[in-house]
Design a protein around this ligand. Structure first.
Ligand code: SF4
Length: 273
């Protein structure tokens, strides 16, 4: 197993390339632009319509509300343009982390709504978001000591008929090889990182508080990865989608080569055990 690559362009592909599920970065850029234009138009309409009535209360009110509106529009344009430039250049700029926070919190729900009339599913939008998030994380965050990295897994990776309970401790796994947990534990041991299984969002947050990582490599479905990236922001999360051959939340799998690629990129040289 190799370690500590420099992570220079072209960007590494951390997501599964399942046919029909290939994430599209252009979709994300288009939706960010569309959502910001829509928000600006909405704000303008909300200002122009009651303008006459506000002027009747006091002549300075339209000016004050106009200045506030201009500030909101400037913030939206800065967030949208800033993110698009980050994606194109692959470099952080002033306020880049805040920009990502604004987009995750305010833009993403609008983007999901905006995509529907054009035939894009919510999961497609989320995959494009995760892809963009991963590329920015890869380009903007340095390698770290192994003990500051956490691999966070969903419990559905464990075989449904396995008699062992892993929610208390992953060490209980007997590594029989019937599910990806055995291979993931081997990677954890080889690289010296932390690994935990979360049975839900609350447990995941508790694990993050206890292990205090500086980077999370998270495995989950589109919905859980998106909410996990949002909940832990500004803590960087590299999202790796699981595959669901038996449907959601049961006997899911993950490509171990993608996890190892992430470890090679982010575990600092000399920090492996
Ligand atoms: S590797 Fe085997 S023992 Fe470990 S969780 Fe999977 S099925 Fe259970």
């Amino acid at each position: 197993m190799k370690k500590g690559s420099s992570g220079e362009s072209p960007p590494l592909e951390f997501m599964s390339a399942t046919p029909g599920k290939r994430p599209r970065k252009r979709l994300f850029v288009g939706l960010v632009t569309g959502a910001s234009i829509l928000l600006c138009l909405f704000l303008l309409a909300g200002w122009i319509i009651p303008l006459v009535g506000l002027g009747g209360i006091h002549p300075s009110i339209p000016w004050i509300t106009g200045i506030l509106l201009a500030c909101c529009i400037a913030l939206i344009v800065w967030a949208a343009l800033g993110l698009v430039l980050q994606i194109v250049w692959g470099r952080p700029f002033w306020g880049g982390i805040a920009v990502r926070g604004i987009v995750i919190t305010f833009f993403l729900p609008i983007m999901e709504l905006l995509a529907r009339p054009f035939g894009f599913s919510t999961d497609e939008v989320r995959r494009s978001f995760i892809k963009v998030n991963n590329e920015l994380t890869e380009k903007q965050h340095p390698a770290l000591p192994a003990e500051r990295i956490l691999i966070l897994l969903p419990h559905c990776l464990q075989r449904a008929d396995c008699r062992i309970r892993l929610s208390d401790s992953v060490e209980a796994c007997e590594r029989c090889g019937r599910c990806p947990v055995a291979g993931l534990l081997a990677l954890r041991d080889a690289y010296g990182v932390n690994l935990a299984i979360a049975t839900g969002g609350t447990i995941a947050r508790r694990i993050v508080v206890e292990t205090r990582p500086k980077l999370i490599i998270a495995v989950a479905c589109e919905r859980d990865l998106t909410s996990g990236i949002r909940d832990t922001h500004p803590l960087p999360v590299l999202g790796i989608l699981n595959d669901r051959p038996e449907g959601p939340c049961r006997n899911t799998v993950v490509r171990l080569d993608l996890i190892e690629k992430a470890l090679q990129r982010f575990v600092a040289r000399g920090s492996m055990q």
